[in-house]
Design a protein around this ligand. Structure first.
Ligand SMILES: *Cc1c(COP(=O)(O)O)cnc(C)c1O
Length: 374
């Protein structure tokens, strides 16, 4: 089945009791048992499992091509739950520009749990190879990455990990399965901040892990969620489930809008560099073309005049909203280093854009006037 069709129908069986076409939300925290004590519908208590969460998990597994999924309270909670399945003494290789929340977790929390890590330039395979240790249990990939839009050769890193007996996790938040299917490339676990494109409307927080196999790793992550408690609420699960239905068409429009914005910026004298994998000048363009069907709605660029010019341009937009986050229907702009705070390593001249569903001509016109004299 084609992705567009799958996205509309995944996890959306007609409710047999009422015939409702839209799925119900099950808010119940507890579930009844028959006189022998057997749970009537397979559920017992909301933190362990609930029907709305299960429906979302089935849909996510289906659109990512995995055997099972688990949903969490946030993207961070999902990623941390996977790290919590690793035994003490494990070593993890992260990309050097991994989502900043995970970098801070790696520096400030993982050592307390007996987990060491190394940050490497994931687009440099020799560097990944050199970082490998006998106790390396996991290689973490983020492609395209946030906020530099670096592209990793997924198949090459998977091959390296398999030789080393390590698992691979890919943070697919930027591309979504509409554009990139990591499990088909051999990745073991796919991570999503469903807060972003899956939700799609800047009104719900969630995270997910999708597993290539419903095996012992899935079981351990399920146990971590059940006992440590980073669960998704039924209402949030329901909103994400709704978002999946329009994901394919939103990603298509946002990708073509981002391409137009990237081309305009690449020709602007106020811009010294544009980071968008759809541009031929992007160092990861050829790899991105092999592993993505379009290049996504996220891009970043550098103001030629440095930090002050970047801040000035961000202050002058009229249509873009100055806010962090991404993946919603409205276009957002941010001075990323300011959003990340004092621990940020993002270049001070960098502006990050999340392209929404507005007409690209209106977006390029807004940026052109904002960059005038920048
Ligand atoms: C936002 C984001 C996360 C974290 O998701 P939250 O829901 O904010 O916890 C992780 N990875 C990437 C790439 C993100 O953009």
């Amino acid at each position: 089945m084609n992705f567009e069709t799958l996205a509309v129908h995944a996890g959306h069986a007609i409710d047999p009791e009422t015939g409702s076409v839209a799925p119900p939300i099950h808010l119940s925290t507890t579930f009844a048992r028959d006189p022998e004590g057997v749970p009537l519908g397979g559920h017992t208590y909301i933190r362990e499992s609930n029907p709305t969460e299960r429906q979302l998990e089935a849909a996510l597994a289906s659109v990512e091509g995995g055997e099972a999924a688990l949903v969490f309270a946030s993207g961070m909670a999902a990623g941390i739950a996977l790290l919590q399945t690793l035994p003490p003494g494990s070593h993890v290789i992260f990309p050097d520009d991994v989502y900043y929340g995970f970098r801070i977790a790696a520096e400030q929390h993982l050592p307390d749990w007996g987990i060491s890590s190394t940050a490497v330039a994931m687009d440099d395979l020799a560097a990944v190879e050199a970082a490998r240790r006998p106790e390396t249990r996991l290689i973490w990939i983020e492609s395209p990455s946030n906020p530099l839009l670096k592209v990793t050769d997924i198949r090459a890193v998977v091959e390296l990990a398999q030789k080393a007996g390590a698992l691979t996790l890919l943070d697919n938040t930027f591309a979504t399965p509409a554009l990139q299917r990591p499990i088909g490339m051999g990745v073991d676990v796919v991570l999503h901040a469903t807060t972003k494109y899956f939700g799609g409307h800047s009104d719900v927080q969630g995270g997910a892990l999708v597993f290539a196999r419903k095996d012992e790793l899935w079981e351990r992550a399920d146990h971590v969620r059940h006992i440590l408690g980073a669960v998704a609420s039924p209402f949030n699960s329901w909103l994400v489930l709704r978002g999946i239905r329009t994901l394919a068409c939103r990603m298509a429009v946002q990708s073509s809008g981002a391409m137009e914005v990237a081309r305009m910026l690449a020709g602007s004298p106020a811009v010294s560099a544009v980071h968008y994998p759809g541009l031929e000048s992007h160092p990861g363009h050829e790899v991105a073309k092999r592993q993505m069907s379009a290049f996504g709605g996220m891009l970043s660029f550098r103001a030629r005049g440095g930090r002050e010019a970047a801040l000035r341009a961000v202050s002058r937009v009229r249509l873009f909203t100055r806010a962090t986050s991404l993946g919603g229907v409205e276009s957002l702009i941010e001075h990323r280093a300011t959003s990340e705070g004092p621990q940020s390593r993002t270049p001070q001249d960098l502006i990050r854009l999340s392209i929404g569903l507005e007409h690209p001509d209106d977006l390029t016109a807004d940026l052109e006037q904002a960059l005038e004299g920048a």
